[in-house]
Design a protein around this ligand. Structure first.
Ligand SMILES: [Zn+2]
Ligand SMILES: [Zn+2]
Length: 139
């Protein structure tokens, strides 16, 4: 069975790697999240097999273009879901925390549907919501 790329831990790793376009070492990722390097390495290999990363155990890791596209989706999904919770009455912090618990379970077409129902918002509490040409089926 192919390991899932869309898990809470991998989402954290991918978002961190996205902030280091020049590359980041697995040891630095492990330190950042206070977990074992072996755990990070296993996830990085799986993400590399999925086509999202270029992984070199010595040089470190960087996103492929598919990886960058995936992270942009992860960021957009987080912000749309947290805006949905905020509009339903949760305070901004609670909306963010609640989103982190469930975001990995929400598929792209549902995110697009929620984005549509919110009127393609451009901003959530935790940041700007970017709309690329593929967002919401070309909204
Ligand atoms: Zn947030
Ligand atoms: Zn949209």
């Amino acid at each position: 069975m192919t390991p899932r790329s869309d898990t809470p831990q991998k989402i954290k790793f991918l978002k961190l790697i996205y902030q280091f376009p020049e590359g980041i070492k697995s040891g630095d990722i492990a330190e950042k999240f206070s977990i074992r390097t072996a755990t990070v390495t296993r996830s990085l290999r799986e993400l590399s097999n999925a086509g999202y990363l270029n992984y070199d155990p010595y040089q470190g890791v960087e996103l492929t273009s598919a990886g960058e596209e995936f992270v942009r989706f992860l960021i957009r999904r987080h912000r749309i879901l947290s805006l949905m919770f905020a509009r339903a009455g949760l305070c901004e912090k609670a909306a963010c925390i609640q989103t982190e618990l469930i975001e990995h379970l929400v598929p792209r077409d549902h995110v697009d549907q929620i984005c549509r129902s919110l009127g393609h918002p451009s901003r959530a509490a935790c940041g700007i919501i970017e709309h690329d040409p593929l967002c919401c089926g070309g909204c």
